[in-house]
Ligand binder design. Sequence first.
Ligand code: ARG
Length: 275
Amino acid sequence: MTSSCAGGRRARARRYLMCRPTYFDVRYAINPWMDPHRPVDTARACAQWEALRALYRDLGHTVELIEPLPGLPDMVYAANGGLVVGGRALGVLFRHPERRGEQAPYLRRLARLAPGGVYRPAFCNEGEGDFLPVGEMILAGTGFRSEPAAHAEAARVLGRPVHSLTLVDPRFYHLDTALCVLDDDLVAYLPAAFDDAARRRLATLFPDAIRVSEADAAVFGLNAVSDGRHVVLSAAAEGFAADLRTRGFEPIGVEFDELRRGGGGIKCATLEIRA
Ligand code: ARG
């Protein structure tokens, strides 16, 4: 399947990069979701991850893999491995030293997936955690992880307009926990996760956006992956799923709560490789 069209929404086949949670664990706390004193069920995380990978394949998408490495328990969050647009990859520079060991392996892997080359960043950015392409533009989060200078760097390296958005709620520390790209001109977001300037900017750019409830965002409902028609999201985000149906999308709810223990969800585990 390359594309399907029903109900007006058209799916486009995607290419994703994922990392098996073989060594997933919560050994440090760098966001409010992480509690190193509560044991993690790694087998359960792997089973949920395998089901997600199989679902992407059933939907007609290509899933590339990166080898997980011991000692890097957050490596499963592949969205933080880079940003690939137009075949060109921007590498990452993590805010927290605990994750910096992931930078080189992701750079090496992206070098083989991005024919346009890989750029090593000078400023802190956490890949698709904070950079979300929408059509020709890129939305960029800051406030907790990626720094504003990295937004300018991304615009320069990738040759796309970048809109900076400041996040204000520590639970929604990456842009992909507070905003979901549904299509080339449509997003969904939690307004309360952004400062006033960002809210104004989003209202101007996307007057038709879906505004999602705090309850749905708190189960990582916005940490979802859309192919333009199917939206793979947390099964617990029922209100958001209903809104998606109204807009002609096909929501597919999945159980992905074990990785929430590290502060991530479906989108965090998925890096899109854009040709
Ligand atoms: N434990 C990871 C961190 O705090 C979770 C990353 C989630 N990734 C994402 N794209 N939101 O860095």
